[in-house]
Design a protein around this ligand. Structure first.
Ligand code: C5P
Length: 405
């Protein structure tokens, strides 16, 4: 489910040097299947041409001339009414002031006045202009009216100064757009908890025992759940992957920390997707100081970790809203047999058996080959596919399980 597909997005571009980044936003949205109508204010036109926007969106990019000289005298109303989302990126201090006070002195300002859809505003200006009380009060007013404000970020400014006022990164704005358009999806008001990554069990303050899990599949599931409108919490050991926009995140390291984080967040959860590769063993003793090498061999005694899913199964009666518990089985041999036994032992509603023996599928790859197994003995065997695509199919099944309850 791609929340951007066929969505009409009015991309407003106002007078700021960050206007050049609007081309990237417009291009990414278009590639994702959105219908992008770019509208430039006279200030915006000074920084980027309508032709650039036309080229990346494949659609006419409007300017004030269209308002006064166009064949249709209601361009502004049409643009405002027909949009699923209005995004002003970059939004200058002047334009923010205009929409706060209802001015209609440009095609874009008129379209905002006429629109019924959510409006997302990405401020971009010099730090002093942003921190000026007038701008701050205007932004506060807009927030009160449910306009969504993204950023601004801190960093190098066009004035040569360093401070707050840079337009948020296009990737963050794209994330916010995707998130906003996904609200109201079929999993609206449902709460999903996803775990991702391999746990790390400390041998000493320097060394750990871990596994090859990259976390990519778990992050893709979190994104797929968000795309369906769910509220998503991600419990992860991975710090190198971007967090999907709108996802609540809890960072953990060990199996014990992951278990604690799960039970702290499990109240009101509708589905738990246990994608993390939780260590099955940890060092019996985690040394306080770094173990020195002295030429002799080192023997590590390992003890079993807590099996989180078994604990969840034992305490499931406490969590009345928990309708779906999904496990993963990553195996290098006897995949289906091992997965079936885990499905039953851990009392799961579904297990995703994924073969890690293939060259292209499994831990660090962007692809995965899986089979879904259900308690009634039914199976869904899937071909090799992208982890994003598999995540969508997993969410499709979870939705069915939730609806059935
Ligand atoms: O390690 P194993 O193959 O048993 O993992 C199967 C499922 O159980 C996975 O979903 C994993 O996240 C979960 N698991 C767990 N607690 C453990 C080990 C695994 O919940 N200690």
């Amino acid at each position: 489910m791609n929340p951007l597909k066929d969505k009409k997005i009015l991309l407003g571009i106002t007078g700021s040097i960050a206007a050049y980044k609007a081309a990237e936003i417009a291009s990414s949205l278009t590639k994702s299947g959105a219908i992008v109508n770019a509208v430039l204010t006279p200030g915006g036109e000074k920084f980027i041409t309508p032709l650039t926007l036309h080229s990346v969106t494949g659609r006419h990019a409007s300017v004030d001339k269209d308002l006064w000289e166009g064949e249709q005298h209601v361009t502004h109303i049409e643009l405002g009414h027909n949009s699923d989302l209005i995004v002003i990126a970059p939004a200058s201090a002047d334009f923010i002031a205009k929409i706060t006070h209802g001015f209609g002195d440009s095609l874009l300002a008129l379209a905002v006045l006429a629109g019924h859809c959510p409006v997302l505003v990405a401020p971009a200006m010099d730090g002093d202009m942003y921190l000026n009380q007038a701008t701050q009060e205007n932004i506060a007013q807009l927030m009160k009216r449910n306009f969504q404000i993204i950023g601004p970020a801190s960093g190098h400014l066009a004035s040569g100064l360093v401070g707050v006022g840079r337009m948020s990164d296009p990737q963050e704005i794209l994330g916010a757009i995707r998130y906003t358009l996904s609200r109201g999806g079929i999993l609206k008001n449902k709460k999903i908890l996803v775990t991702a990554g391999g746990t790390q069990e400390a041998i000493d303050p320097v060394r750990i025992i871990s596994n090859r899990s990259s976390g990519k599949q778990g992050y893709a599931i979190a994104q797929a759940a968000l795309d369906l409108g769910a509220d998503v919490t991600l419990i992860t050991t991975v710090t190198t992957l971007p967090i999907p926009y709108g996802c609540k995140v809890v960072y953990v390291k060990s199996a014990k920390e992951m278990q604690n984080a799960i039970f702290e967040n499990l109240t009101d959860i509708n589905a738990l997707i246990m994608c993390a590769a939780v260590a099955d063993f940890r060092p019996e003793v985690s040394e306080k100081e770094k173990i020195k090498k002295d030429g002799s061999e080192l023997l590590l005694r390992l003890e079993p970790t807590e099996d989180i899913l078994l604990e969840v199964a034992k305490r499931r009666y406490e969590y009345t809203k928990l309708n779906a518990v999904i496990g993963f089985a990553a195996e290098s041999e006897n995949l289906i047999k091992n997965a079936e036994s885990k499905l039953n032992k851990k009392k799961l509603d579904m297990i995703v058996a994924n073969d890690i023996s293939g060259k292209e599928s499994g831990f660090e790859s962007d692809k995965n080959q899986a089979c879904f197994l259900f308690p009634d003995g039914s199976k869904r065997d899937l071909p090799l596919m992208g982890k994003d695509q598999l995540a969508e199919l997993i969410m499709e099944e979870i939705n069915k399980i939730i609806i059935k309850q």
